[in-house]
Ligand binder design. Structure first.
Ligand SMILES: Cc1ncc(COP(=O)(O)O)c(C=O)c1O
Length: 400
Protein backbone atom coordinates (compact mmCIF):
# COMPACT_ATOMS: atom_id res chain seq x y z
CA UNK A 1 0.00 0.00 0.00
CA UNK A 2 1.53 3.23 -1.16
CA UNK A 3 2.04 5.92 1.45
CA UNK A 4 2.69 8.76 -1.00
CA UNK A 5 0.64 10.01 -3.92
CA UNK A 6 2.64 10.30 -7.13
CA UNK A 7 -0.52 10.57 -9.22
CA UNK A 8 -1.48 13.99 -7.88
CA UNK A 9 -2.15 16.57 -10.56
CA UNK A 10 0.35 19.42 -10.20
CA UNK A 11 0.55 22.86 -11.71
CA UNK A 12 3.43 25.19 -12.41
CA UNK A 13 1.27 28.10 -13.35
CA UNK A 14 2.85 31.38 -12.32
CA UNK A 15 6.18 29.76 -11.43
CA UNK A 16 8.13 30.72 -14.60
CA UNK A 17 9.05 27.09 -15.04
CA UNK A 18 11.54 26.42 -17.84
CA UNK A 19 9.88 23.04 -18.47
CA UNK A 20 6.59 24.75 -19.45
CA UNK A 21 7.40 28.34 -20.28
CA UNK A 22 10.94 28.02 -21.60
CA UNK A 23 10.44 25.79 -24.65
CA UNK A 24 10.89 28.51 -27.27
CA UNK A 25 14.71 28.38 -27.70
CA UNK A 26 14.89 24.60 -28.24
CA UNK A 27 11.48 23.85 -29.76
CA UNK A 28 10.62 27.13 -31.50
CA UNK A 29 7.32 27.61 -29.67
CA UNK A 30 5.45 27.41 -26.39
CA UNK A 31 2.21 25.59 -25.52
CA UNK A 32 3.73 22.11 -25.87
CA UNK A 33 3.20 19.17 -23.48
CA UNK A 34 6.64 19.16 -21.87
CA UNK A 35 8.67 16.04 -21.08
CA UNK A 36 12.17 17.40 -21.58
CA UNK A 37 14.37 19.24 -19.02
CA UNK A 38 15.17 17.04 -16.00
CA UNK A 39 12.84 18.23 -13.27
CA UNK A 40 9.72 16.47 -12.03
CA UNK A 41 5.99 17.04 -12.24
CA UNK A 42 5.95 15.49 -8.80
CA UNK A 43 5.86 17.55 -5.63
CA UNK A 44 8.79 17.64 -3.23
CA UNK A 45 7.99 15.49 -0.15
CA UNK A 46 5.93 17.27 2.46
CA UNK A 47 8.57 16.74 5.15
CA UNK A 48 10.92 18.96 3.13
CA UNK A 49 8.41 21.71 2.39
CA UNK A 50 7.43 21.76 6.05
CA UNK A 51 11.05 22.04 7.15
CA UNK A 52 11.54 24.95 4.76
CA UNK A 53 8.34 26.60 6.03
CA UNK A 54 9.63 26.37 9.60
CA UNK A 55 12.84 28.00 8.47
CA UNK A 56 10.86 30.69 6.59
CA UNK A 57 8.93 31.46 9.77
CA UNK A 58 12.14 32.67 11.36
CA UNK A 59 12.07 35.53 8.87
CA UNK A 60 15.82 36.18 8.71
CA UNK A 61 17.91 34.80 5.85
CA UNK A 62 21.36 36.19 6.51
CA UNK A 63 24.68 34.61 5.51
CA UNK A 64 24.73 31.01 6.60
CA UNK A 65 27.48 28.57 7.63
CA UNK A 66 27.38 25.14 5.99
CA UNK A 67 30.16 23.65 8.14
CA UNK A 68 27.86 22.38 10.87
CA UNK A 69 26.46 19.08 12.09
CA UNK A 70 23.03 19.78 10.53
CA UNK A 71 24.68 19.60 7.12
CA UNK A 72 27.35 16.93 7.65
CA UNK A 73 25.14 14.68 9.78
CA UNK A 74 22.31 14.16 7.27
CA UNK A 75 24.73 13.74 4.34
CA UNK A 76 26.68 11.06 6.25
CA UNK A 77 23.46 9.38 7.37
CA UNK A 78 22.13 9.18 3.79
CA UNK A 79 25.32 7.72 2.34
CA UNK A 80 25.57 5.23 5.16
CA UNK A 81 21.96 4.08 5.13
CA UNK A 82 21.48 4.04 1.35
CA UNK A 83 24.91 3.08 0.04
CA UNK A 84 26.73 1.66 3.03
CA UNK A 85 29.45 4.29 2.58
CA UNK A 86 31.05 5.92 5.61
CA UNK A 87 31.96 9.53 4.96
CA UNK A 88 33.82 11.83 7.32
CA UNK A 89 33.18 15.57 7.62
CA UNK A 90 36.46 16.48 5.97
CA UNK A 91 35.48 14.57 2.80
CA UNK A 92 32.31 16.62 2.27
CA UNK A 93 32.19 20.18 0.93
CA UNK A 94 29.13 22.28 0.17
CA UNK A 95 29.21 23.99 -3.26
CA UNK A 96 26.88 26.23 -5.28
CA UNK A 97 25.90 23.62 -7.92
CA UNK A 98 27.05 20.37 -9.47
CA UNK A 99 28.05 22.05 -12.71
CA UNK A 100 29.90 24.72 -10.76
CA UNK A 101 32.07 22.02 -9.25
CA UNK A 102 32.51 20.21 -12.56
CA UNK A 103 33.58 23.48 -14.12
CA UNK A 104 36.02 24.35 -11.31
CA UNK A 105 37.52 20.85 -11.32
CA UNK A 106 38.13 21.20 -15.07
CA UNK A 107 39.60 24.70 -14.73
CA UNK A 108 41.93 23.65 -11.94
CA UNK A 109 43.20 20.55 -13.72
CA UNK A 110 43.64 21.71 -17.30
CA UNK A 111 44.50 24.74 -19.40
CA UNK A 112 42.58 26.45 -22.20
CA UNK A 113 42.69 24.27 -25.32
CA UNK A 114 43.31 21.02 -23.38
CA UNK A 115 41.11 18.03 -23.99
CA UNK A 116 38.35 16.84 -21.66
CA UNK A 117 37.03 13.33 -22.26
CA UNK A 118 33.25 12.83 -22.31
CA UNK A 119 31.33 9.69 -23.11
CA UNK A 120 28.94 10.06 -26.02
CA UNK A 121 26.05 10.47 -25.67
CA UNK A 122 26.66 12.93 -22.86
CA UNK A 123 24.74 15.19 -20.51
CA UNK A 124 24.39 18.31 -22.70
CA UNK A 125 25.53 20.84 -20.06
CA UNK A 126 28.99 19.20 -20.04
CA UNK A 127 29.34 20.25 -23.68
CA UNK A 128 28.23 23.75 -22.75
CA UNK A 129 30.70 24.02 -19.86
CA UNK A 130 33.62 22.83 -21.99
CA UNK A 131 32.79 25.39 -24.65
CA UNK A 132 32.41 28.11 -22.02
CA UNK A 133 35.80 27.24 -20.56
CA UNK A 134 37.58 26.91 -23.93
CA UNK A 135 38.34 23.23 -23.42
CA UNK A 136 38.29 20.71 -26.25
CA UNK A 137 35.55 18.06 -26.25
CA UNK A 138 37.18 14.66 -26.64
CA UNK A 139 34.39 12.18 -27.46
CA UNK A 140 34.62 8.69 -26.00
CA UNK A 141 31.54 7.05 -27.57
CA UNK A 142 29.80 4.35 -25.58
CA UNK A 143 29.29 1.12 -27.47
CA UNK A 144 25.61 0.65 -28.29
CA UNK A 145 24.07 -2.69 -29.12
CA UNK A 146 20.29 -3.21 -29.14
CA UNK A 147 19.83 -0.18 -26.87
CA UNK A 148 22.37 -1.52 -24.33
CA UNK A 149 25.38 0.67 -23.65
CA UNK A 150 28.86 -0.41 -22.65
CA UNK A 151 32.18 1.34 -22.08
CA UNK A 152 34.89 1.16 -24.75
CA UNK A 153 37.95 0.73 -22.52
CA UNK A 154 40.43 0.28 -25.36
CA UNK A 155 39.48 3.57 -26.98
CA UNK A 156 39.32 5.28 -23.58
CA UNK A 157 42.86 4.17 -22.78
CA UNK A 158 44.12 5.56 -26.08
CA UNK A 159 42.42 8.90 -25.37
CA UNK A 160 43.82 9.03 -21.83
CA UNK A 161 47.33 8.34 -23.09
CA UNK A 162 47.28 11.49 -25.24
CA UNK A 163 49.08 14.14 -23.16
CA UNK A 164 46.72 17.00 -24.10
CA UNK A 165 43.73 15.16 -22.58
CA UNK A 166 43.71 16.17 -18.92
CA UNK A 167 40.29 15.44 -17.43
CA UNK A 168 37.58 12.78 -17.71
CA UNK A 169 34.07 13.88 -16.74
CA UNK A 170 32.07 10.77 -15.96
CA UNK A 171 28.35 10.56 -15.35
CA UNK A 172 27.23 7.85 -12.94
CA UNK A 173 24.39 6.92 -13.33
CA UNK A 174 24.63 8.07 -16.90
CA UNK A 175 22.42 10.77 -18.34
CA UNK A 176 20.91 10.25 -20.93
CA UNK A 177 21.22 6.43 -21.25
CA UNK A 178 20.53 5.60 -17.58
CA UNK A 179 23.47 3.20 -17.47
CA UNK A 180 24.66 2.38 -13.93
CA UNK A 181 28.35 1.48 -13.88
CA UNK A 182 29.63 -1.58 -12.05
CA UNK A 183 32.39 -1.59 -9.48
CA UNK A 184 34.68 -3.43 -11.91
CA UNK A 185 34.04 -0.90 -14.68
CA UNK A 186 34.65 2.03 -12.32
CA UNK A 187 37.87 0.45 -11.09
CA UNK A 188 39.09 0.03 -14.66
CA UNK A 189 38.23 3.65 -15.52
CA UNK A 190 40.03 4.83 -12.40
CA UNK A 191 43.12 2.72 -13.10
CA UNK A 192 43.39 4.02 -16.66
CA UNK A 193 42.96 7.65 -15.53
CA UNK A 194 45.51 7.36 -12.73
CA UNK A 195 48.06 5.59 -14.93
CA UNK A 196 47.83 8.43 -17.45
CA UNK A 197 47.57 11.43 -15.13
CA UNK A 198 43.96 12.17 -16.15
CA UNK A 199 41.82 13.84 -13.47
CA UNK A 200 38.54 12.00 -12.73
CA UNK A 201 35.33 13.97 -12.15
CA UNK A 202 32.31 11.82 -11.26
CA UNK A 203 28.90 13.50 -11.53
CA UNK A 204 26.55 11.36 -9.43
CA UNK A 205 23.48 13.59 -9.22
CA UNK A 206 21.21 10.75 -10.47
CA UNK A 207 22.49 8.32 -7.80
CA UNK A 208 19.19 7.94 -5.94
CA UNK A 209 17.17 6.83 -8.97
CA UNK A 210 18.44 3.29 -9.38
CA UNK A 211 15.66 0.80 -10.22
CA UNK A 212 14.56 -1.37 -7.32
CA UNK A 213 16.71 -4.31 -8.43
CA UNK A 214 19.84 -2.36 -9.38
CA UNK A 215 22.80 -1.44 -7.22
CA UNK A 216 24.50 1.95 -7.33
CA UNK A 217 28.25 2.02 -6.73
CA UNK A 218 29.75 5.44 -6.11
CA UNK A 219 33.24 6.40 -7.13
CA UNK A 220 33.61 7.40 -3.46
CA UNK A 221 33.94 3.69 -2.65
CA UNK A 222 37.00 3.41 -4.85
CA UNK A 223 38.70 6.59 -3.63
CA UNK A 224 41.96 6.42 -1.76
CA UNK A 225 43.84 9.15 0.07
CA UNK A 226 44.97 11.92 -2.33
CA UNK A 227 43.50 10.30 -5.46
CA UNK A 228 42.91 12.88 -8.20
CA UNK A 229 39.19 12.20 -8.06
CA UNK A 230 36.16 14.28 -7.15
CA UNK A 231 32.54 13.16 -6.80
CA UNK A 232 29.86 15.81 -7.12
CA UNK A 233 26.18 15.41 -6.36
CA UNK A 234 23.17 17.10 -4.80
CA UNK A 235 19.47 16.82 -3.99
CA UNK A 236 18.18 18.77 -6.99
CA UNK A 237 17.06 15.71 -8.96
CA UNK A 238 16.05 13.34 -6.16
CA UNK A 239 13.77 15.76 -4.35
CA UNK A 240 12.92 18.11 -7.24
CA UNK A 241 14.78 21.09 -5.79
CA UNK A 242 16.54 22.26 -8.97
CA UNK A 243 15.70 25.93 -8.51
CA UNK A 244 17.28 26.00 -5.05
CA UNK A 245 20.94 26.05 -6.10
CA UNK A 246 23.18 23.87 -3.97
CA UNK A 247 25.33 20.74 -4.22
CA UNK A 248 28.16 19.07 -2.39
CA UNK A 249 31.31 17.30 -3.44
CA UNK A 250 33.29 14.47 -1.93
CA UNK A 251 37.03 14.00 -2.24
CA UNK A 252 39.95 12.55 -0.31
CA UNK A 253 42.30 14.94 -2.04
CA UNK A 254 42.86 17.76 0.46
CA UNK A 255 44.97 19.88 -1.88
CA UNK A 256 42.25 19.85 -4.52
CA UNK A 257 39.57 20.55 -1.95
CA UNK A 258 41.53 23.55 -0.67
CA UNK A 259 41.92 24.90 -4.20
CA UNK A 260 38.20 24.61 -4.98
CA UNK A 261 37.21 26.14 -1.67
CA UNK A 262 39.62 29.01 -2.33
CA UNK A 263 37.85 29.65 -5.65
CA UNK A 264 34.41 29.72 -3.98
CA UNK A 265 35.53 31.88 -1.13
CA UNK A 266 37.96 34.26 -2.78
CA UNK A 267 37.45 34.32 -6.52
CA UNK A 268 33.63 34.42 -6.45
CA UNK A 269 32.76 34.99 -2.77
CA UNK A 270 29.98 32.35 -2.85
CA UNK A 271 31.16 30.21 0.05
CA UNK A 272 28.03 30.48 2.17
CA UNK A 273 25.05 28.13 2.24
CA UNK A 274 21.49 28.71 1.09
CA UNK A 275 19.58 28.74 4.38
CA UNK A 276 16.43 27.11 2.97
CA UNK A 277 18.49 24.39 1.33
CA UNK A 278 20.15 23.47 4.62
CA UNK A 279 16.70 22.85 6.12
CA UNK A 280 15.69 20.90 3.01
CA UNK A 281 18.81 18.71 3.16
CA UNK A 282 18.25 17.82 6.78
CA UNK A 283 14.59 16.84 6.25
CA UNK A 284 15.30 15.02 2.97
CA UNK A 285 18.24 12.95 4.13
CA UNK A 286 16.86 12.19 7.60
CA UNK A 287 13.18 11.59 6.79
CA UNK A 288 12.58 10.90 3.11
CA UNK A 289 14.21 7.55 2.29
CA UNK A 290 10.85 5.79 2.07
CA UNK A 291 9.55 8.49 -0.26
CA UNK A 292 12.52 7.92 -2.61
CA UNK A 293 11.91 4.14 -2.58
CA UNK A 294 8.26 4.63 -3.49
CA UNK A 295 9.14 7.20 -6.11
CA UNK A 296 11.47 4.66 -7.73
CA UNK A 297 8.65 2.12 -7.79
CA UNK A 298 6.35 4.68 -9.39
CA UNK A 299 9.00 5.46 -12.04
CA UNK A 300 9.48 1.76 -12.65
CA UNK A 301 5.74 1.54 -13.40
CA UNK A 302 5.99 4.49 -15.82
CA UNK A 303 8.92 2.87 -17.63
CA UNK A 304 6.99 -0.41 -17.85
CA UNK A 305 4.01 1.44 -19.27
CA UNK A 306 6.21 3.08 -21.96
CA UNK A 307 7.87 -0.21 -22.77
CA UNK A 308 4.52 -2.01 -23.16
CA UNK A 309 3.06 0.86 -25.17
CA UNK A 310 5.96 0.79 -27.64
CA UNK A 311 5.87 -3.02 -27.90
CA UNK A 312 2.13 -3.00 -28.54
CA UNK A 313 1.69 -0.01 -30.84
CA UNK A 314 4.97 1.32 -32.14
CA UNK A 315 7.54 -1.47 -32.30
CA UNK A 316 8.01 -1.01 -36.06
CA UNK A 317 9.17 2.57 -35.48
CA UNK A 318 10.58 2.93 -31.97
CA UNK A 319 12.71 0.87 -29.63
CA UNK A 320 13.32 1.33 -25.95
CA UNK A 321 15.17 -0.50 -23.22
CA UNK A 322 14.21 0.30 -19.64
CA UNK A 323 17.20 2.09 -18.07
CA UNK A 324 18.78 0.91 -14.84
CA UNK A 325 18.58 4.43 -13.45
CA UNK A 326 17.36 8.04 -13.86
CA UNK A 327 13.84 9.16 -14.76
CA UNK A 328 14.77 9.61 -18.40
CA UNK A 329 13.63 7.29 -21.20
CA UNK A 330 16.16 7.23 -24.04
CA UNK A 331 14.04 6.20 -27.01
CA UNK A 332 15.37 5.19 -30.43
CA UNK A 333 13.62 6.01 -33.73
CA UNK A 334 16.45 4.63 -35.87
CA UNK A 335 14.00 2.17 -37.44
CA UNK A 336 12.11 5.12 -38.97
CA UNK A 337 15.15 5.87 -41.13
CA UNK A 338 14.64 9.64 -41.00
CA UNK A 339 17.07 12.39 -39.99
CA UNK A 340 16.93 13.67 -36.41
CA UNK A 341 15.58 17.09 -37.38
CA UNK A 342 12.60 15.58 -39.27
CA UNK A 343 11.57 13.57 -36.19
CA UNK A 344 12.02 16.49 -33.83
CA UNK A 345 10.02 18.86 -36.00
CA UNK A 346 7.24 16.25 -36.25
CA UNK A 347 7.15 15.72 -32.48
CA UNK A 348 6.62 19.47 -32.03
CA UNK A 349 4.36 20.18 -35.01
CA UNK A 350 2.26 17.00 -35.13
CA UNK A 351 2.45 15.67 -31.56
CA UNK A 352 2.63 19.00 -29.74
CA UNK A 353 5.13 17.41 -27.39
CA UNK A 354 8.51 18.65 -26.13
CA UNK A 355 10.91 15.74 -25.63
CA UNK A 356 14.64 16.45 -25.72
CA UNK A 357 16.20 15.94 -29.14
CA UNK A 358 18.93 13.28 -28.93
CA UNK A 359 21.50 15.29 -30.86
CA UNK A 360 21.89 17.86 -28.07
CA UNK A 361 23.49 15.05 -26.04
CA UNK A 362 26.03 14.22 -28.71
CA UNK A 363 28.48 15.49 -31.28
CA UNK A 364 26.57 13.62 -34.01
CA UNK A 365 23.03 12.51 -34.87
CA UNK A 366 21.93 9.49 -32.86
CA UNK A 367 18.31 8.79 -33.88
CA UNK A 368 16.98 9.19 -30.36
CA UNK A 369 14.98 11.43 -28.09
CA UNK A 370 14.89 11.66 -24.30
CA UNK A 371 11.56 11.61 -22.52
CA UNK A 372 11.28 12.68 -18.90
CA UNK A 373 8.99 10.18 -17.12
CA UNK A 374 8.83 11.83 -13.68
CA UNK A 375 5.10 12.52 -13.80
CA UNK A 376 1.78 10.94 -12.92
CA UNK A 377 0.84 7.89 -15.02
CA UNK A 378 -1.91 9.95 -16.60
CA UNK A 379 0.61 12.45 -17.99
CA UNK A 380 2.79 9.61 -19.30
CA UNK A 381 -0.24 8.15 -21.08
CA UNK A 382 -0.93 11.55 -22.64
CA UNK A 383 2.73 11.82 -23.70
CA UNK A 384 2.72 8.39 -25.35
CA UNK A 385 -0.49 9.25 -27.22
CA UNK A 386 1.23 12.35 -28.59
CA UNK A 387 4.24 10.31 -29.70
CA UNK A 388 1.84 7.83 -31.33
CA UNK A 389 0.09 10.71 -33.11
CA UNK A 390 3.48 11.94 -34.37
CA UNK A 391 4.31 8.54 -35.87
CA UNK A 392 0.84 8.31 -37.47
CA UNK A 393 1.32 11.79 -38.93
CA UNK A 394 4.73 10.92 -40.36
CA UNK A 395 3.22 7.79 -41.91
CA UNK A 396 0.34 9.75 -43.41
CA UNK A 397 2.80 12.27 -44.91
CA UNK A 398 4.77 9.39 -46.44
CA UNK A 399 7.90 10.29 -44.49
CA UNK A 400 8.22 6.87 -42.87
C1 LIG B 1 24.12 14.64 -14.91
C2 LIG B 1 23.66 15.96 -14.40
N1 LIG B 1 24.50 16.73 -13.68
C3 LIG B 1 24.14 17.91 -13.19
C4 LIG B 1 22.86 18.41 -13.40
C5 LIG B 1 22.50 19.76 -12.88
O1 LIG B 1 23.01 19.97 -11.61
P1 LIG B 1 23.19 21.46 -11.04
O2 LIG B 1 21.93 22.18 -11.36
O3 LIG B 1 23.43 21.27 -9.59
O4 LIG B 1 24.37 22.04 -11.74
C6 LIG B 1 21.94 17.65 -14.14
C7 LIG B 1 20.60 18.16 -14.43
O5 LIG B 1 19.89 17.68 -15.30
C8 LIG B 1 22.35 16.39 -14.63
O6 LIG B 1 21.52 15.60 -15.33
Amino acid sequence: MSKFNFEEETTREGTFSIQYEGTEPLFGRTGLAPFWIADMDIKTPQAITEAMKRRLDNGIFGYTIWKNSKFYGPVKQWWNSRYNVDLTDDMITYAPSVLYTVSEAIRLNSEKGDGVILNMPTYNAFLKVLKGNDRKVVPAPLIEESDEYSFDFEHFETLCSEPENKVFVHCNPHNPTGRVWTREELQKMKDICLANGVFFVSDEIHMDFVRPKEEFVSMVELMEEDDPIIVTTGLGKTFNLASLPHSYFITKNDALKAKIVREFDHRYNVGTANSLVLSAIEAAYMECGEWVDELNEHLEGNFDYISDYIDTHLSAYLSFKKPASTYLAWISFEQCGIPDDVMHKALVDIGGIAVSPGHIYDVAENGRFRMNVASSRQRIEMGMERIHKTIDGLKKDGKI
